[in-house]
Design a protein around this ligand. Structure first.
Ligand code: G6P
Ligand code: MG
Length: 229
């Protein structure tokens, strides 16, 4: 096989395919307010791509409440946040797919390139179902089975393996810093959605700027530089 090929494209969900990142923020904000902990959009940036319990741990530490709760209370608080989040995503519908994302995935699939999902969200299937795009993914990571959170490469490696793809010939798309780190640690080419993702191999401001032609161009250039072509 020539090296001018792409074996898989793997997407993050929250903040890449739909703006659920904002709903996560609103749900954490409600919980933090109830706990008397200051919480704003800027702190929320640290939580993008971070699992539910780890996010809660960071919020409690930020409010000097790291040791204020037992493990079972922590579980209850995490569940409470999830109830708020689930209530918010009840309104999700296909029109909430971020601009151009469905078309992008369809274009990739039309070239017979497998498409995967690497989300640590336990609500990922609910979200895909509400957006009516489950059929566009050949494999979705099972958040319950992933042991290491992003920035560890485990989730992207797992998805590539399930798709039969070599990470060195695959592309990942993320909106979180830890997500970009996870993609790069797996050896994949990282597309960052968000101007703050300085270390990504290709950076776009938002999904309207994501063109498949441009992604392929940047990817093939980088393969050449890495001597993979
Ligand atoms: C994604 C989001 C995080 C969220 C995590 C877990 O990575 O970016 O903000 O905490 O998923 O989501 P969950 O739906 O399982 O609470
Ligand atoms: Mg994300």
């Amino acid at each position: 096989m020539t090296s001018q090929h792409i074996e898989a494209v793997v997407f993050d969900l929250d903040g890449v395919i739909t703006d659920t990142a904002h709903y996560h923020y609103l749900a954490w904000k409600q919980l933090a307010d109830e706990l008397g902990i200051h919480f704003d959009e800027s702190f929320n940036e640290n939580l993008k791509g971070v699992s539910r319990v780890e996010s809660l741990t960071l919020i409690l530490a930020n409010g000097n409440q790291a040791d204020a709760y037992t493990n079972s209370e922590i579980e209850d608080l995490a569940n409470r946040k999830n109830e708020y989040y689930k209530r918010l995503i009840q309104q999700l519908a296909p029109e909430d797919i971020l601009p151009g994302m469905k078309e992008l995935i369809e274009e990739i699939r039309s070239e017979s390139i497998p498409v995967g999902l690497a989300s640590v969200s336990k609500n990922a299937q609910t979200v895909l179902h509400a957006l009516e795009i489950e059929h566009l993914f050949d494999y979705c990571a099972d958040a319950a089975k992933i042991k290491q959170s992003k920035p560890d490469p485990e989730i992207f490696l797992t998805v590539c393996e399930a798709l039969g793809a070599d990470p060195a010939h695959s592309i990942g798309v993320e909106d979180a810093k830890v997500g970009v780190q996870s993609i790069q640690a797996s050896g994949m080419f990282a597309v960052g959605v968000g101007s703050y993702l300085k270390q990504a191999d290709l950076i776009v401001n938002d999904t309207t700027e994501l063109s498949w032609t441009q992604v392929k161009h940047a990817y093939f250039n980088s393969q050449q530089r890495r001597g993979l072509s």
